[in-house]
Design a protein around this ligand. Structure first.
Ligand SMILES: [Cu+2]
Length: 123
């Protein structure tokens, strides 16, 4: 009978380990979401010029409001979301280490015109 108790203990330990790994995995897979919007009046700006997040997976979700009359998108750290028309949303997911990064609109000319901001990644 002793081996049964041992087997049960091993099974419980294995279950604890597996569920522990699952929890950690789910946590690291979910990106930190940060949202922003393009200026609703058609100005080449976002509604936020500064965002912050912890190191790891980060998703920037940019809404292009109806009424901008322009295509916009969101880009950061060499990755870009698609350009979308008014009423649509563009997003980009990146994995970042601590540092300061520039997010911007990848539509030609928009970044230079002021459609950009800083993302500060810190622990
Ligand atoms: Cu733009």
């Amino acid at each position: 009978m002793k081996w049964i108790a041992g087997a049960i203990a091993m099974t419980l330990l294995a279950l604890a380990l597996v569920s522990g790994v699952d929890v950690a995995g789910a946590k690291s897979k979910k990106p930190q979401e940060r949202s922003l919007k393009a200026a609703g009046n058609g100005a080449l700006k976002f509604d936020k010029s500064r965002l912050s997040a912890r190191p790891g997976k980060i998703e920037l979700v940019m809404k292009n409001p109806r009424g901008t009359g322009l295509e916009h998108g969101i880009a950061i750290a060499g990755k870009r979301g698609k350009l979308v028309g008014p009423g649509k949303t563009s997003s980009v997911e990146v994995t970042l280490k601590p540092g300061t990064y520039t997010f911007y609109c990848p539509f030609p000319g928009h970044r230079a015109a002021g459609m950009r901001g800083k993302l500060v990644v810190a622990r």
